[in-house]
Design a protein around this ligand. Sequence first.
Ligand SMILES: *Cc1c(COP(=O)(O)O)cnc(C)c1O
Length: 397
Amino acid sequence: MSDLHERYAASLMNSFGPPKLALVRGEGAHVWDNEGREYVDLLGGIAVNTLGHAHPALVAALTEQVGTLGHVSNFFTTPRQVELAERLLALMTPADVEARVFFSNSGTEANEAALKLTRLTGRTHLVAMEDAFHGRTMGSLALTSKQAYRTPFEPLPGHVTWVPFADVEALAAAVTDETAAVVIEPLQGEAGVNEAPAAFLTAAREITERHGALLWLDEVQSGMGRTGTWLASQPSGVVPDVVTLAKGLGGGVPIGATIGLGRAAHLFEPGHHGTTFGGNPLSCASALAVIDTIERDGLLARATEVGARLRSSLARDPRVTEVRGLGVLVGLSLAESAAPAVVAAAQEQGWIINATGPDRIRLAPPLVVTDADVTAFLDAWPGLLDAAGLTAPGSPS
Ligand SMILES: *Cc1c(COP(=O)(O)O)cnc(C)c1O
């Protein structure tokens, strides 16, 4: 155990368990630990490092902004804040629908703002999906179905009904004229990368409209280009009332955004909600650099291309029973409950990947990951499954 791990244990709360590595430096999709070992980061800070590590565009934008104006509070605005709001609306909302943005600092805060918006409809009942993950503050946690996360913190804000993910009939049965909002991750991330079919999103739009409820899409993990479009829900053509963003938005700098469309654009009035840091020029400058770089370097197409390659190649190993996801949000199911062992073997061999369950692996590499890194990982993959002790189906174990 390195000195840093001992100091960590003696100085930080044990809310994450022991850290797997102590990292000191990064460049592109590569990171180095405090012992000088190099890793290819195929998790990207959990779908955050859109542009990888130390991207020159991000370094330049942040350096310039912090040297000009770093923070001002929400008594004031800044050019970066307005520019970012305009860019997000232009990229993510239809031109003929009124929309407005509220900035915060994380995914859970983006959802917390959305949750407060739903209360301003005059209704309190919410419908969420089983296995959903919306964050760890009390409001976001109230929307999470997983008992282990909830129990120690109950009572949580109530009046939430959960329905099986992407089940149209169950959703139709759960939504009433008392429902304030339905909240859906179009691509569930923490649950192991489960995609909602476009038909489910379309049905959710119809059902919420029929009952005067808001449709709230949590794109904190799936948004910002990771799936090959700015929002994972865009190809469905569904126009929601609320969209929440965070993770990839700032490329590693904390920022969250809650977008309200139509009547949800104007529910907040002065005094309803606030934040000291939200929308500060530094985080807005980083998000603008992320958006500019995605556009300039064609990274949406790149996410689609790299994701397709990963999915088709990884699925060739018979020990992979299912591949899921869109773009560079990739979920795999293994034939055995060996995902943690695969993650450990990968780390041993210089790859950072993640287990979302006993038999589920998630990859969320930076959009700038190179073909050479992808090829090397695909070459290494069968050996990682061997090292974790997975045997081919039908072979003697
Ligand atoms: C990560 C995540 C959140 C919470 O974001 P934090 O920045 O960790 O608070 C919320 N919703 C989804 C879909 C997420 O993946």
